[in-house]
Design a protein around this ligand. Structure first.
Ligand SMILES: Cc1cc2nc3c(=O)[nH]c(=O)nc-3n(C[C@H](O)[C@H](O)[C@H](O)COP(=O)(O)OP(=O)(O)OC[C@H]3O[C@@H](n4cnc5c(N)ncnc54)[C@H](O)[C@@H]3O)c2cc1C
Length: 354
């Protein structure tokens, strides 16, 4: 969120500096799978689905522009997603209202070598190779004049009479500024509280992922069932995910998660047993009650803007989230309404902890 917002603001002529406590794009955005869809869509609120739908429309042009500017291809692929359940009442209701986007069949009809299971195919679902999206975005932003300070943690935001005056880095250095965009993902509440402000109820929920090496074309679709999923990359690599763990800011990987993900993924796609597992990693999702991100101004402050709390769909929501925030900051038009994403002004603590 931070890098993409910076890139878009710079294109509007703003002077922008990004501070990241680690490498830019090494947080949850690097760790994620890159599916551009809530999974399953009916389990997420309308404001989330609207941001994803708007982002899906923007992604082809955005990816082409980033590729052209950086030389790095973020590999946007619209391969479709095969869904293996649960097929509950909410899903059946959604299917009856979205028949054009969905086909009903058997998994091994679409995916030779897979288990013989009932499946729905979401034909419109795309994915992006998020580590490459991050690299492309970083290069494009720097090329455009965004200043990026990596390994520069921010301690707090300085405010005087309700107006942002600067950022205090953990090194003690003070950087004056008139506007600050808080896009610190799972860490956002720490910075708000250090700054004497109310938190948003954001907390980290760890997700672990696995990576297998496979020949290109081995897996042709994304596959998901009962909370686990497989994602193919263009070079053949297959990602398997994920866990949802409430373990604070512990970014470790565990043998238990490896077993859990591997077992579930092999049931969906038995060919995995023959592939080499090459990597396991984890990331911290910025979870928020109600799953709707907070995008817009911080109430009762001047110059503090929020773009955070994207939980499980930050890659899917990024382009539209950043466009919405930039339109609010610059006073330009945006087709999306901002109200669903506003922090409630009268009750800043109205969103209970996730
Ligand atoms: C395993 C897993 C799978 C996922 N799969 C998908 C998927 O398929 N599709 C999808 O849409 N989403 C997915 N997500 C969710 C998605 O990754 C997140 O919603 C999104 O990345 C959040 O972006 P962000 O910029 O808010 O947070 P982050 O990418 O975490 O960025 C926050 C940044 O803030 C920096 N920071 C923190 N504190 C400070 C500080 N004090 N000073 C300076 N910098 C600081 C961090 O270093 C970090 O770089 C997945 C997440 C995980 C973990």
């Amino acid at each position: 969120m931070g890098l993409m917002t910076a890139w878009m603001l710079r294109r509007q002529g703003w002077q922008v500096t990004v501070y990241d406590q680690a490498e830019a794009f090494a947080g949850s955005s690097w760790a994620g799978g890159g599916i551009i869809s809530p999974v399953p869509p009916w389990s997420y609120p309308l404001p989330v689905r609207q941001l994803v739908a708007a982002s899906l429309r923007q992604y082809p042009e955005l990816v082409a522009e980033l590729h052209g500017s950086s030389g790095i291809d973020p590999e946007l692929i619209r391969a479709g997603l095969l869904y293996l359940g649960p097929f509950d009442d909410a899903g059946e209701d959604w299917r009856s209202r979205n028949a054009a986007q969905l086909q009903v069949g058997r998994l091994n009809d679409w995916l030779p070598g897979a288990a013989d299971l009932p499946a729905w195919q979401f034909t419109n679902v795309a994915q992006v190779r998020n580590p490459r999206l991050g690299q492309a975005l970083l290069q494009a932003a720097i090329r455009q004049g965004v200043v990026v300070h990596q390994h520069s943690p921010v301690r707090r935001i300085h405010l005087q009479a309700g107006q942002v005056t600067g950022l205090e880095l953990r090194s003690g250095e003070l950087q004056p500024c008139r506007h600050t965009v808080l896009a610190a993902g799972a860490w956002s509440d720490i910075i708000l509280r250090n700054s004497g402000l109310a938190g948003l109820g954001i907390k980290p929920l760890r997700g672990q992922m696995l990576l297998w090496q496979a020949p290109p074309g081995c897996l042709t679709h994304m596959v998901t069932g009962h909370g686990k999923y497989l994602i193919p990359r263009r070079d053949g690599h297959i990602l398997g995910g994920s866990t949802v763990e409430d373990v604070g800011f512990d970014n470790a990987t565990t043998a238990a998660a490896l077993d859990e993900i591997q077992h579930a993924c092999r049931q969906m796609f038995p060919l995995l047993k023959e592939l080499t597992l090459v990597r396991q990693w984890s990331g911290l999702r910025p979870a928020i009650a109600g799953d709707i991100p907070v995008i817009g101004p911080m109430p009762d402050t001047q110059g503090l803007w929020l773009n955070t709390g994207h939980y499980r769909n930050g890659l899917g929501m990024a382009p539209a989230s950043c466009e919405l925030l930039v339109s609010l900051m610059t006073g330009t038009k945006c087709p999306l309404r901002h109200e669903p994403y506003a922090m409630p002004e009268a009750q800043p603590q109205a969103r209970p902890a996730a």
